[in-house]
Ligand binder design. Sequence first.
Ligand SMILES: [Zn+2]
Length: 532
Amino acid sequence: MPAKTKPKGTKTRIAIFDTTLRDAEQCPGAAMTTDEKLKVAHQLARLGVDIIEAGFPYSSPGDFEAVQGIVREVRGPTITGLSLCRLEAIDRTAEALKGGKRVRLHVFLSTSPQHREAILRKSKDEVLEMAVSSVKRAREHIEQVEFSPMDATRTEFDYLCQVVEATIEAGASIINIPDTLGYALPPEFGNLIRRLRETVPNIHKAIISVHCHDDLGLATANSLAGVMNGATQVECTINGLGERAGNAALEEIAVILDTRRELKRKFETGIHLKEFYRTSRLVREVTGVPVQPNKAIVGANAFAHSSGVHVDGVIKLQQRRASFEIVRPQKIGLEKSEIVLTSRSGRKAVRHRLAGLGYQLSSQELEKTYQRFLAVADQRKEVTDDELESLVADELRIAQDIYALDYMHVVSGGTTIPTATVRLRRNGEAFQSVASGVGSVDSVYKAIHQIIKLPHRLVDYNVSSVTGGTDALGEVTVRIGDKSGAVHSGRGTSMDIIEASAKAYLAALNKAVFRAEGKPARRRARRAKRTT
Ligand SMILES: [Zn+2]
């Protein structure tokens, strides 16, 4: 068992397997760069997850690179890569995990009649043979192997037992039961786990894991039913991100196990709940996928009754808290800092505060962030943690920009036709354009598009404020779709919403440009590596 178990009586340790970088990364618009994946992986380690599923190395050179980077850099959790049941895919996945101290190879294969017939076009025996030979191949490379019979909940029970027994026999020490379509009901899913434990003769040699999807809003409930029936690993994602309606939300699983007394007596996880708020925010920032305000645990309104309601006097507030809160916001790291940052705060104070928030910046990144901090602090009495985090996220992104915003001027209001002048820079070269549109943002976007001519469509445009007040930092997230169907997200903050909009659009376009221009280059590099 990879978990760092602190023995506490007779509690069962539930291993938290995070698949934000794999399952969530597959959802439209949530694609992350290698750098972004590394940042998320470091934060997941800080959060205390037991296993990080870092990607699908065989699927693309980018994924391969990211998994390799995470194996090299991230300490603490076991790192795993997902692989199809094909020998060359398994070998390539093992290559990405090479050199890692705590690594796991995760192979999956559809076992349901629907998938066997429609996708694999193979008989029961052929599928079983594929699963067994794949687990054996994986074990030749790596000690710890996990096997997932995909679409397990629609697989004939007897056949599922047969596959599980054979793959454990072949060397898999973790058996993951996915509810791939998110169709199961909690009692049904709990039953399935219990019956597997009762029926498969060698099941005690493996850890049983669950992987539930949220198509009917039951992912967390189903995962919990699995745990209550003997599963000791839960696969989940931050903010519940994932394919289609998403996966079970990591924050919900961990907080439920910690909040309900009858569960807390029996189970424990290695999660540091205080890191949740920060982790959720980071994932939101790098994926550009917003969190619904009423989302359990990490949504903006999840704790609103303690901050949004006008209460006179601290005592009354505390009384209200006790009677309304089942989870205290401080528990998940949602608290105000004691240190107040103002325009007189030096680099040291800003760096100290950022370190407290979990950001370790290079001196170049720190300097850029500090300059932006000063610009905001000059206009406001104090800069909050939220605003500071927003500035950092912006700077980390700007560092990888292909086109950078150099100058922008917008004329609008009254009867004037909104007109924008925009200047962008690429490798020191300046490009300028003027355009008019139906509004300020529209004119800016048209001007930018005249410079970066990449064909695309705007999928989504979202404005919110980081803090309250008309002098608040505005935050804009934009998602664009390119010709290949890929969706790219961008985020920008500024005290001026037009500027934030321009930054967000540019960030998304930069990703699209990177994909359009960068991909052939990377493919060439991979081919070259292979022939040598
Ligand atoms: Zn999944």
